[in-house]
Design a protein around this ligand. Structure first.
Ligand code: VG1
Ligand code: CO
Length: 544
């Protein structure tokens, strides 16, 4: 019998999971019992059979290996029968989702703070995924949080660290730990979904790309799939080695943090397509030669063409998007005669719709796209779907986009982020907006007239659960829209996100500058919310 060690502890405040798990500074996680309290609270709260399997993996950031070793010992003491862990402690978020599903695990711990920077002074995170492979829904995260507030002990076993760099099985207490290849299962799944032969043919015919892995987790996946299996030239994947601090950068695939890729794609030497992914591999950035594709447009364009990919032929059941994501996908759903669902921000809200077969593809404006192949957003999956479509249709990204807008119209769209602002100012801004909800309708702001303003509330069509206060929406009579919400993934102060959108119908002004097209909405956002007054900022930090 393995000796189970009980360690006394006291609760920490502030262990409520946010949009995507618990994210804090590494220094916070390094406090005695901090990670252990949270992990034990997960084990105390979630449903599982004795002897069940737990998947553990992370994005390779600083502190990953330390927490993995502790989590393994704790799993052994908490009655798990087996732990599957990626070699080197690596598993991208979508790969972890796939491994959970494939090996019928009862759940998984995904150690990541995603696009947040890494390193001793930066961010770390822990997220729990349930047996369907997806992020724990709110009912589960609430239970975990409640448990963190009363926890007084955690369980572990005395055992040496597992050699995470050697594939194979070892025993920890009465539990088996299998160190697995983090890439193979995922790469095989991608090969089942897409027409690799068609993509290989296009590559052989001169189709080129650059993939920027941003020194984060997708490097090994991208090298195996793009270079080894699809035949793209060596060097197609740049920044392909996962680093503990992501080379000092933000592994956030947007036009600010993936500037180099953007500049390449706008220049003379641009390859046919440029793509990037984030810290944990669930986001994607798509840029064609001379043409940036917004994530909202990408969702719509992929949905319109998804049946080109073998695994999706004849089975687009529906589309889901998060509320702040543009309505471009709605137009596609309408034209194709399939339902479109609008959920709160965060992938956990797509899980029920995917499980119930109500939707096949989902997306968020924050560069997340995915399908029913796993229960997470999936960066490389989106890139491969783009490649499959381009290879079969033999069309450049720019022309595909223009043809799409000519058919469906164009949703000009931007998100303005005010990062690291004072929490009190951010709360006052949101409170002010809530107070004004009753009086906004009918008000004129510049040339715009407010048609409706509300606080978004979502009733899950599958289990009936209700999620309130998911962002303030201001809809104008001309069909344009502003959404305000506070980020739930930051670790410092508050981040205000302002989402701006305006629709231009087919036949309208389809090739204009986004900033110019949204000028009225941008001015209205400040007039309605008092952004400068509350935040002290006259311009956003990041525009995507
Ligand atoms: C952000 C995005 C949201 C996404 C979440 C997790 O959340 O807006 O769309 O699901 O990050 O993505 P928030 O609360 O900061 O707006 V990831 O790639 O950081 O796991
Ligand atoms: Co991510």
């Amino acid at each position: 019998m393995t000796q189970i060690v009980t360690v006394q502890t006291q609760p920490y405040d502030g262990q409520a999971p946010g949009t995507s798990g618990l994210r804090k500074k590494v220094k916070v996680f390094q406090q005695a019992n901090y990670a252990e309290n949270f992990i034990q609270s997960v084990f105390d709260s979630v449903t599982r059979e004795p002897g069940s399997t737990l998947v553990i993996g992370g994005d390779g950031r600083f502190h990953n290996r330390t927490v993995i070793q502790q989590a393994i010992r704790m799993a052994a003491a908490n009655g798990y029968g087996r732990v599957l862990v990626g070699r080197g402690g690596i598993l991208s978020t979508p790969a972890a989702s796939h491994v959970i599903r494939k090996y019928k695990a009862s759940g998984g711990l995904v150690l990541s703070a995603s696009h947040n920077p890494g390193g001793p002074d930066e961010d770390f995170g822990i997220k729990y995924n349930i047996a369907n492979g997806g992020p724990a829904p709110e009912g589960v995260t609430r239970a975990i949080h409640a448990r963190t507030l009363e926890i007084d002990r955690w369980f572990t076993v005395e055992a040496r660290d597992v050699d995470l760099d050697r594939i194979g099985d070892v025993e920890v207490g009465a539990m088996t730990v299998s160190v697995i290849d983090p890439v193979a299962d995922y790469a095989d799944l991608m090969e089942e979904l897409f027409d690799f032969a068609a993509i290989r043919k296009a590559v052989a015919g001169g189709f080129t790309m650059r993939f920027d892995a941003m020194s984060a987790v997708t490097g090994p996946y991208a090298v195996e799939i793009l270079e080894n299996r699809l035949g793209f030239a060596k060097g197609t994947v740049v920044n392909g080695t996962p680093l503990e601090d992501f080379g000092g950068h933000h592994p956030d695939p947007n036009l600010i943090h993936a500037r180099e890729l953007h500049d390449l794609m706008m220049g003379e030497d641009a390859p046919d397509i440029g793509a990037a992914s984030d810290g944990d591999g669930d986001r994607n950035l798509i840029i064609g030669r001379g043409r940036f594709i917004t994530p909202s447009d990408s969702l719509a364009m992929l949905a319109a063409n998804i049946e080109i990919a073998p695994a999706y032929k004849g089975r687009l059941a529906g589309i889901a998007r998060s509320m702040p994501t543009s309505a471009a996908a709605d137009r596609v759903a309408e034209a194709l005669g399939v339902p479109c669902f609008e959920t709160p921000t965060g992938w956990k809200f797509f899980g029920n719709l995917l499980d119930a077969g109500k939707v096949t593809i989902c997306g968020e404006e924050s560069a997340g796209t995915g399908s029913d192949h796993v229960r997470e957003k999936d960066g490389l999956w989106a890139v491969l779907l783009w490649l499959n479509i381009l290879a079969v249709r033999q069309i450049p990204v720019d022309r595909l986009a223009r043809e799409h807008w000519a058919r469906f119209g164009r949703n000009y769209y931007a998100r303005h982020d005010y990062e690291g602002i004072d929490k009190d100012g951010a709360d006052a801004l949101m409170a002010g907006l809530e107070d004004s909800l009753g009086s906004l309708a009918g008000r004129s702001v510049g040339a715009l007239r407010v048609k409706l303003a509300d606080s978004f509330s979502y009733t899950d069509p599958v289990d009936g659960s209700v999620s309130e206060n998911q962002g303030i929406r201001v809809l104008f009579e001309d069909g344009s829209r502003i959404v305000f919400r506070l980020s739930g993934t930051g670790t410092q102060g508050a981040t205000l996100r302002v989402y701006l959108e305006r629709y231009e119908p087919a036949g309208g002004r389809l090739d204009e500058d986004t900033g110019a097209m949204l000028a009225e909405q941008i001015a209205a956002a400040d007039a309605i919310a008092g952004i400068t007054r509350h935040t002290g900022r006259s311009a956003p930090d990041v525009i995507t």
